[in-house]
Design a protein around this ligand. Structure first.
Ligand code: ANZ
Length: 799
């Protein structure tokens, strides 16, 4: 072993600590700023896993380069320490979340330091720290006062096992995202944030940011904007009416029945006596099915007739009202007008139940299937002859004129459910007064501290554990009695704004100084897992937009560039983690055996940052061996000289160029490949010019910072390498050495190939005649002449 990683890594970590090497003076505006953000971890009981260092190393490499390039870099770290995961871990291990979380944060901090990340630890935030959550509560209070945070009765996703309500993004296929427990719909009084008000803004903002297209698309789908109309239908013989949402009001003349979702409020009122038993049975059967099951296109259509009829407003025709599970209660109005001629699901349903099918668009053969493409309107009275767009507009005008409908934009996005019936979260700073008023605490009463509770376990009934804290719950304001809100905020509260607090973490007057935010926002680079594509990344965008509207934050979009790192898989290609603990690689073990530099280098060399990659112990060893090879060359070989013999000019300049560009574009694996080429060439060369050795060490120090510092010192420097100027390269040394030769046969271009400049004529002719495309052209012919224009063209004359 040529270097002792334990000794070297300890030495430099201590050095960085003692010298506060990575302290960022956020008030120093003299240099350009660079803000690189990692998704902060929730401090679980098991410490960092192999996936954490991947994204964290990537941002660290960029930060280290940017510092050397003269940027003032903000690279903070903190802990997402409130919320379900932290609390679940505590419960499962029989610990109190408070002490347990603090302990875990210590373990995480130690591990993060062990990996040599260049964080400015003076900026650390932790969402369960009262100094931090004071401001989470304060922002909530603003939302409440602006009418965006509301307490309403509504159907929610209730998870009995977790004892709490969950937001839509926390429910996957009818199960809780964390733990996979069953989730049911239940009516409850809930705190919600009206994120739907920001739907359009959140859509527009996506066009301004440099994010993976797939993530933007997920957000667009999650928001699910669709432009259409509300149309009102009267129920024949009743006072009642209902509204449908349709994107095709132009097909109203073809609506031959309506469908209500089985949960629709009107069903009990309008169902005729003879249909009651059948309808009840059908409703009961639907309650057990998930939305996914219900909406699958290829599923056999089921439903029952209610016995009631609706009046089609445009022609007065009475059409039957059915109920069916293919209509969802949670979308639109929970009711549809069915146009079987032009909608596939309606078509199948109508065919199955013998309902009339009236085509209103020209085209297709409706004896066989629904015609879902465009066509000129027919059988549609005043719409006949119009195209889709004109017909939609004409119909909307008609509906509005006759007071039975209007243009409507529908969103799939729901209100953000913002309360959990759990202990470990920010208390909601609201008091419910006896007289029914709701009062937000005054600013001087913030933070509202989470009371200590011995028994903090969730209940299965929906009662929050905080209800047990009598003396905390019951309060008097201005002589009037009231009870504190006992739900707490979801885990996504603190993470919706933590990136703002890093900029000014000790400010006790406001959540962050506006001038500082103006200088530092937006985040230049944000790296984190793809699992946050909608939840966290949508919520943070909403809060930032909101705070922008309040004039408290200078940007609408918080994260200019976003990158998702891929998963690190077990050696057999299976995702490591909860489900397959046997494949978990513990970073501690790798660091102990090979060192942090090796782990960092290896995780970057595994493949493209965004790709999922299998772990390989040999790969780790290979990375370690290569670092040793570098160390031997630079420190021990005696090859490093003061004089440049120019043998390595080209590869050195090419390496500086490629590594600089690759780090900029996060092509972090290919940068390593280039550094390897340099080291190979340097071994072959007679000497290694000291200037090149130094330049190379700077490049490598981003990946392997401890070894970088150590080699820098061994090359005779007594200051840290962290702020040394980034190496430059000379473009003129890199001029292309190859030329492209175009090959013509009888004057027509038939192929081309690359050769080094100065290749001899004979060789050029030979190569030209070997090209398959050329061979085909001269087959069976005699070559009359070969004209060579050196460095450019070869023309073969054959007949
Ligand atoms: C009549 C019609 C005719 C429709 C036609 C489509 C085609 P998007 O684009 O996803 O918003 N719909 C409305 N509410 C529904 C619900 N709760 N459950 C199931 N389906 C529902 O889709 C809007 C269309 O989906 C609406 O337009 C409605 O069917 C249906 F040729 O109305 B349409």
């Amino acid at each position: 072993m040529s270097f002792d990683h334990k000794e070297i890594e300890k030495k430099w970590q201590n050095y960085w600590d003692e010298n506060q090497t990575f302290y960022t003076d956020v008030h120093d505006f003299s240099k350009p700023k660079y803000y690189a953000l990692d998704m902060f971890p929730y401090p679980s009981g098991v410490g960092l896993h192999a996936g954490h260092p991947e994204g964290y190393t990537a941002t660290d490499i960029v930060c280290r380069m940017k510092r050397m390039q003269g940027y003032n870099v903000l690279h903070p770290m903190g802990f997402d320490s409130f919320g379900l995961p932290a609390e679940q871990y505590a419960i499962q291990t029989g610990n109190h979340p408070d002490g347990f979380t603090k302990h875990n944060i210590e373990v995480f901090t130690k591990q993060l330091k062990m990996l040599g990340f260049s964080y400015d630890w003076t900026k650390e935030v932790s969402t369960c720290d009262p100094d931090f959550y004071k401001w989470t509560q304060w922002i909530f209070k603003q939302l409440f006062e602006d009418g965006l945070a509301k307490c309403v009765e509504m159907p929610v996703n209730w998870c009995e096992e977790l004892g709490t309500v969950l937001a839509n993004d926390e429910v996957v296929d009818g199960k809780s995202e964390r733990g996979g427990y069953p989730v049911v719909r239940k009516n409850m009084r809930q705190w919600v944030i009206d994120i739907v008000k920001y739907a359009d803004r959140l859509l527009e903002g996506l066009d301004e940011i440099d994010w993976p297209e797939s993530t933007k698309e997920m957000q667009r789908n999650w928001i699910g904007k669709s432009i259409g109309a509300h149309v009102d239908f009267k129920v024949a013989g009743h006072e009642e009416s209902f509204t449908v949402f349709t994107t095709r009001c132009d097909t109203l003349f073809g609506a031959t029945y309506c469908v209500l979702a089985p949960e629709h409020r009107l069903i009990d009122m309008i169902t005729t006596e003879d249909k009651k038993v059948e309808v009840e049975a059908y409703k009961a059967a639907c309650a057990t099915k998930s939305e996914l099951e219900r909406t699958q296109l290829n599923k056999d259509k089921t439903g029952v007739f209610t016995g009631a009829y609706a009046i089609n407003p445009v022609n007065g025709k009475e059409i039957p009202i059915w109920i069916s599970d293919y209509v969802l209660a949670s979308y639109g109005t929970g009711a549809i007008m069915a146009v079987p001629a032009h909608d596939t699901r309606d078509y199948e349903f109508a065919k199955k139940f013998g309902i009339e099918i009236i085509p209103v668009l020209e085209g297709g053969n409706i004896e066989e299937e629904a015609w879902t493409q465009d066509g000129v309107h027919i059988n549609s009275g005043f719409l006949d002859g119009l195209n889709k767009e004109d017909a939609i507009n004409a119909m909307i005008d008609w509906l509005e004129e006759h007071n039975c409908g209007k243009k409507h934009v529908n969103y799939r996005l729901r209100e953000w459910i913002f309360a959990r019936q759990r202990y470990w979260g920010e208390p909601i700073p609201i008091v419910h007064m006896e007289d029914g008023d709701m009062i937000a605490l005054s600013d001087d009463q913030l933070p509202l501290i989470l009371p200590e509770l011995e028994d903090y376990s969730p209940s299965k009934t929906g009662a929050s554990p905080l209800e047990k804290a009598d003396s905390w719950v019951n309060v008097e304001i201005d002589g009037k009695k009231g009870k504190r809100e006992t739900s707490t905020m979801p885990g996504s509260a603190g993470s919706s704004w933590y990136f703002l607090r890093y900029i000014d973490p000790h400010n006790d007057k406001e959540f962050a100084d506006y001038e500082l935010l103006k200088h530092w926002m937006p985040v230049d680079l944000y790296i984190g897992g793809p699992e946050h594509a909608v939840g966290h990344l949508l919520y943070s965008r909403m809060w930032t937009n909101y705070l922008y509207d309040k004039g408290l934050v200078p940007v609408k979009e918080p994260f200019k560039k976003l990158v998702h790192q891929g998963y690190i898989l077990g050696a057999n290609g299976i995702k490591m983690g909860k489900r397959f603990p046997e494949f978990v690689v513990n970073p501690n073990d790798v660091v102990e055996k090979y060192g942090a530099d090796t782990l960092r280098l290896y995780e970057m060399f595994m493949g493209p940052l965004e790709a999922s990659k299998p772990w390989s112990e040999q790969g780790v060893e290979g990375s370690r061996k290569w670092l040793e090879r570098v160390y031997r060359l630079i420190v021990e070989s005696g090859k490093v000289t003061e004089e440049n013999d120019h043998e390595l000019d080209k590869v050195y300049n090419a390496t500086v160029k490629k590594v600089s560009n690759d780090i900029e574009t996060l092509s972090l694996n290919t940068a390593i490949a280039q550094m390897m080429i340099f080291i190979n060439d340097a071994y072959k060369a007679k000497t290694l010019y000291k200037g090149y050795a130094e330049g190379f060490v700077k490049l490598l120090s981003c990946y392997a910072p401890h070894l970088g510092e150590e080699m820098w010192q061994k090359l005779g420097h007594d200051q840290s390498i962290a702020y040394e100027p980034w190496p430059t390269y000379d473009e003129s040394v890199l001029v292309e050495e190859n030329v492209t030769i175009v090959v013509q046969v009888n004057g027509k271009v038939r192929g081309k190939f690359d050769v080094p400049v100065g290749t001899q004529e004979d060789e050029l002719k030979e190569k030209a005649l070997e090209l398959e495309t050329v061979k085909r052209q001269i087959e069976g012919k005699t070559i009359r002449k070969v004209i060579v224009v050196k460095g450019k063209v070869i023309n073969i004359v054959a007949n």
